[in-house]
Design a protein around this ligand. Structure first.
Ligand SMILES: [Zn+2]
Length: 265
């Protein structure tokens, strides 16, 4: 087994709010990976004095510990408990009911000799490569599914519409302070012989596919496996630098934190 990871902040002036970790072996066999993308808070109060980077490190570290040590618990149960523990860590000092309480996307996978289990919540991606080279993409589509409705609104109202659907019925869901969000994650499993490698990426690198269209998800997987996570992130940065104003490739932020973990099983 071999793991590689890389992360690059979106801006040198802002903390990197992504989180990535692997446990190999986990509980003596197999392993686990966790990749989170902390949601950058808008300017103004969030009810929390800790910040998004603190939250991502706390939630990610707790989830890795639970996924790696509690084989009897499902990944959904591990995430729910990790959200609860993280909430407990700042409930005494912070207003966790604030809609912009720190929150993040989640990708978690766990494997042993028999199976690979996975969980994806919000817009980070997991790629599963089969022994024949086929790449399957595991995505939570809820946020993307809202974009057609947003595009039918006047441009000035689109961001507020999306924001209003955050952790709301019929909307999209992140890991924040409510453990019930874990139940809404996309989950599944494949037998171990159906998976040769795994990759988890935050949307800062997902832009390689979805914004800059350097290729599809299988091509991104090939870039990660062939040139490495650091090189794939550099390719996104180069594409962004070539279109600094977003004229050719419209996008919200000029740069976003970008992270990838590759596990060759
Ligand atoms: Zn806090």
């Amino acid at each position: 087994m071999r793991t590689q990871s890389a992360t690059v902040p979106g801006s040198p002036d802002h903390p990197n709010e992504d989180y990535a970790a692997t446990a190999v072996p986990a509980a003596g066999r197999g392993g686990a990976l966790v990749v989170l993308d902390g949601v950058t808070a808008p300017a103004g109060p969030t009810g929390c004095g800790h910040g998004v980077a603190w939250f991502a490190a706390r939630l990610g570290g707790t989830l890795l510990e639970l996924a790696g040590s509690r084989r009897e618990a499902s990944l959904t149960e591990c995430l729910a408990l990790a959200i609860s523990r993280t909430a407990d860590a700042h409930r005494p000092t912070c207003d966790l009911s604030h809609p912009r309480t720190p929150q993040s996307t989640v990708v978690c996978a766990r494997w042993d000799d028999a199976a690979v289990e996975y969980l994806v919540l919000s817009d980070s991606a997991l790629l599963v490569e089969a022994p024949d080279g086929t790449v399957r993409t595991v995505l939570d589509h809820r946020l993307d599914d809202l974009r057609p409705a947003a595009r039918r609104l006047p441009p000035g109202e689109r961001a507020a519409f999306i924001e209003g659907m955050r952790n709301a019925p019929g909307g999209f869901f992140t890991a924040a302070a409510d453990p019930a969000a874990a139940e809404l994650a996309v989950t599944g499993a494949v037998t171990r012989d159906q998976a040769r490698s795994l990759a988890a990426v935050t949307d800062g690198l997902g832009r390689w596919v979805e914004t800059f269209r350097l290729g599809g998800w299988p091509e991104l997987f090939a870039a990660l496996a062939g040139r490495g996570p650091g090189a794939a992130i550099a390719e996104v940065r180069a594409a962004a630098a070539a279109d600094p104003d977003g004229a050719a490739f419209p996008r919200g932020k000029a740069h976003d934190d970008a992270t990838a973990v590759l596990v060759e099983l």
